[in-house]
Design a protein around this ligand. Sequence first.
Ligand code: SF4
Length: 370
Amino acid sequence: MATLYFHIPFCKRICSYCDFYKVGALSLLPRVVEAMHCELEERSDYLGSRHITSIYFGGGTPSLLQPSDVERFVEHCRELFDCSEVEEITLEANPDDLTEEYVKELATTSVNRVSLGIQSFDDGALEMMNRRHTAQEAKEAVARLKRYGIDNISVDVIFGIAGYGGESLRHTLEEAILLNVGHISAYHLTIEERTKLGKMTQRGEYMPISDEESEREYMVVHEMLKAAGYEHYEVSNYAKEGCRARHNSAYWQGVEYLGIGPGAHSFSRDNRTWCTSTAKEYAEGVVKYESEELTELDHLNEYVMTSLRRVEGIDLAYIEERFGPKHAERIAHAAKEWMEAGVVQRVGERLAVRAERFLVSDAVIESFFA
Ligand code: SF4
């Protein structure tokens, strides 16, 4: 079992908080698409003969691809891999790309899940984040997807935006709930130095919210989505029954994946590889990689990190069997303090961070690292 990821690092407009690798030179997109087909062909043995369970188009802005481009990628995957068990094909999209014409065509492709970057239903917050769409356009995009039969929808929202907590955040969550979608991802705004927001913060033009306020907003998100029937199954992810993100869940469970495109990462057994070419180099056929070999300790730390971000947590019996009793004992010992503080709970051999305390999961993860 393995998954495929296509990275489309193009954006029409740069969001004020975004630190991902992306480029605005859309004229490169057609050549990058062709180069991605070549890379897919060349690296098709990376996953051995493992069958594919999900395909994900992420970015950047994958909805800058035409639906026919997306379908061509899927068809190419079917030629190169065993895709008979693919359950989920996700396209990340910006609401304003989802025009009537676009959605109509998308509905004829193999894409069966759309992840929409809505971020807020407050036009002031959207403007401050330099998003391309309005709250109304986001609602219309969801309605349009449903009208054409694409009802496996995830929406992203952002909290922790100074000046847009309180009523504004509640309004965003209420609107997100009213959309009646199966999946909601809720991320805390992070301020990265190199971004516009980072520079505004350095100049004193933006004042990030306090840790206490972050915690309060986190709990508002947690409580409201829980009350609306969403399970808080991963730090930033909420799903209605049967609607967990399969692609991301596979990633958190250490399933191998092949990433295609400038900046994409791949992971296979003992190796992690990432493409370091710029979009321009990539379009010219200059595809460079860096990679690292993974040791058993890397695997253990990876398992701890991804599992503790999920509601299922880690399995001490598995750690003992795969990595040895020494590590299981060390982690069980380190967990005591967190259990006393009410952050971690133990059920049988499983240790998990309580969903209400996911916000401190990074500290727990660090204390469990080998
Ligand atoms: S659309 Fe996504 S990748 Fe592009 S700038 Fe905005 S946050 Fe970054």
